[in-house]
Design a protein around this ligand. Structure first.
Ligand SMILES: Nc1nc2c(ncn2[C@@H]2O[C@H](COP(=O)(O)OP(=O)(O)OP(=O)(O)O)[C@@H](O)[C@H]2O)c(=O)[nH]1
Ligand SMILES: [Mg+2]
Length: 201
């Protein structure tokens, strides 16, 4: 089993575990759309708090909570998306603070290849070696587009094999394809050994 620094927050009295998951990636890759699909799926769309520009772009972050009831413990997922706009880049480390898992949303449009890489490298530089043990799921989003890059080329560029707790999915956030599965996967990576058959609230 992979060992990593554990910073999950346990409330022993209330029997609640807080888990922070952050959607990260370049501008307009589909982070907010992915998060919204997830919350809509759980009937919690109205529970998202977004700090947006007037044009609907993420200014600081989107934030929402999904609660899962267990037999002994409840898990509270605190879910954030960062802003992809470089003008607001200063907010990204703050949003990442204390993350237990990261879903990297890549834009699969062929001309976005390098923007994904720049965003990944920024993430890597913010974490340093610690990123190697961080649970990460990479969503290759916008799979509905005709002109996509080969995602294996991206995986090779980031040397994905060195990441100890890593998975990737093809997603279409607009339709929700792959979104729930990638969310389940990040939970499994955060709680190694746990297999999630069904997520319920
Ligand atoms: N074709 C296609 N478009 C998508 C998909 N997911 C998101 N989009 C579109 O991409 C644009 C940007 O989506 P957002 O979810 O706002 O992207 P973001 O990553 O949150 O952007 P920032 O917050 O500005 O960093 C919107 O027009 C979405 O409708 C997808 O799977 N396929
Ligand atoms: Mg956004």
């Amino acid at each position: 089993m992979v060992r990593r620094d554990i910073n999950l927050k346990f409330d022993n009295k209330k029997k609640i575990i807080d888990v922070k998951i952050v959607f990260y990636g370049p501008a307009l890759s589909g982070k907010t759309t992915t998060l919204k699909y997830l919350f809509q799926k759980f009937g919690k769309l109205d529970k998202i708090k977004s700090i947006n520009t007037t044009t609907g772009r993420t200014l600081f972050f989107d934030f929402g909570i999904i609660k899962l009831k267990g037999i002994e413990w409840d898990v509270k997922f605190l879910i954030y998306s960062t802003t992809g706009q470089d003008y607001y880049a200063i907010t990204r480390p703050t949003t990442l603070q204390g993350a237990d898992g990261i879903i990297f949303v890549a834009d699969s449009f062929v001309e976005s290849f390098n923007r994904n890489l720049v965003s990944w490298r920024e993430l890597a530089s913010l974490y340093g070696e610690k990123l190697l043990k961080m649970p990460i799921v990479c969503n290759f989003n916008k799979q509905d587009l005709l002109r996509k890059f080969n995602f294996y080329e991206f995986l090779e560029k980031i040397f994905f094999e060195k990441y100890k707790s890593f998975a990737f999915f093809k997603t279409i956030a607009l339709l929700g394809d792959g979104v729930v599965n990638s969310f389940k996967k990040i939970i499994e990576l955060i709680f190694p050994g746990l297999i999630i058959n069904q997520i319920s609230i």
